[in-house]
Design a protein around this ligand. Structure first.
Ligand SMILES: N[C@@H](CCC[C@H](N)C(=O)O)C(=O)O
Length: 327
């Protein structure tokens, strides 16, 4: 039997943490059950999400972007679901590429499901990402926690957000479960929900409940959505004033600086850290693929209520140890 091992790293951006799987040729199959197992904080490596590092030319969802961006961030949430974009993730992704020697410092382009993002790796270690423009669908949204409800701003940063300005971040409750929102039809694919308070002029603090991951200590797209919503509330929309507007956004895991320009482009600046690297044990990976001990036998558990979807060996294109057979 092949004993190929799969390398991983662990990193975070303002404590939004990720399992990183470098896989230039797109040879590692990552079904939702495996992603959920790797992101499990007790039985796995642990993370709010997973960054699958693939050459754009090797991934069917990114091939069309390969001329513009050599690398594709195949981002997954902790429950294994797919999201269009991850703002903290793209900084960690770029930092990993630089650290591994795959790219030099300075400027690079990263393909994501939300389009190509331009990233600047500064000498001081901070990373700035051009996140694109926000869309502000008109549909009104309400967010509810316990007996409190708020009108929220619907902001799309490639992925969906509902931004609620509150009097006290504690009013968001424990965020162990998803806050109620409505009407449900506004977000057919689910939503990330931000709770925001003012800290000072152009300075806010937020908590977030992320689709597919639960409460996290930071969310880059969420911080951009919050800055955009705050600028409209504060009559500082740069498209109307002709002046860029910058918000400092404090999150439980750190601070992000968000600037929106008059032409609509949004820049996010923050740190990225790699904390560890190693190899995934192939025997354990087998159990995640449903080929090992069944759930409940002590073999494995999958967190966040996401039941693993066992894939039968016969029905899978997967080769041994989660590597694609490619043939
Ligand atoms: N934490 C991320 C957002 C990750 C995706 C999100 N959970 C979704 O499903 O849209 C960020 O930093 O932007």
């Amino acid at each position: 039997m092949t004993t190929s091992q799969i390398a991983f790293l662990k990193g975070h951006g303002t404590e939004n943490d990720f399992v990183i799987v470098p896989d230039p040729d797109n040879a590692v199959d990552l079904p939702a059950s495996v992603v959920a197992g790797l992101c499990d904080r007790r039985a796995g490596i642990g993370g709010d999400g997973l960054l699958h590092v693939v050459r754009s030319a090797a991934h069917p969802e990114a091939r069309a972007m390969a001329d513009e961006a050599e690398w594709f961030m195949d981002y997954r949430n902790a429950d294994g679901s797919i999201a269009e974009m991850c703002g903290n993730g793209v900084r960690v992704f770029a930092h990993y590429l630089q650290r591994s020697g795959s790219v030099e410092g300075g400027d690079l382009a990263v393909a994501t499901r939300g389009g190509v993002k331009k990233v600047h790796l500064a000498k001081d270690g901070d990373i700035t990402v051009s996140m694109g423009r926000a869309q502000l669908p008109a549909a009104g949204v309400t967010v509810t926690v316990g007996d409190r409800s708020w009108d929220a701003r619907n902001v799309n940063m490639g992925n969906p957000h509902a931004v609620a300005f509150v009097d006290d971040l504690a009013h968001a409750g424990d965020l162990l479960s998803e806050p109620a929102f409505g009407p449900a039809a506004v977000y057919p694919d689910g939503v990330n929900i931000e709770f925001v308070v003012d800290r000072g002029p152009r300075h806010v603090a937020m908590r977030v409940h992320e689709r597919g991951s639960g409460e996290t200590r930071s969310c880059g797209t969420g911080a951009c959505a919050v800055a955009v919503a705050a600028a409209r509330r504060d009559a500082a929309d740069p498209a109307l004033t002709g002046t860029p507007v910058t918000y400092t956004v404090d999150l439980p895991g750190g601070t992000l600086v968000i600037t929106e320009h008059p032409h609509g482009e949004i820049e996010m600046t923050g740190p990225a850290v790699i904390v560890a690297e190693g190899e995934i044990d192939p025997a354990w990976l087998h159990t995640l693929n449903g080929w090992g001990p069944p759930p409940g036998s002590g073999g494995f558990t999958v967190a966040r209520g996401a039941a693993p979807a066992p894939v039968s060996q016969a029905g899978s294109k997967r080769g041994v140890l989660g590597l694609r057979s490619n043939g």
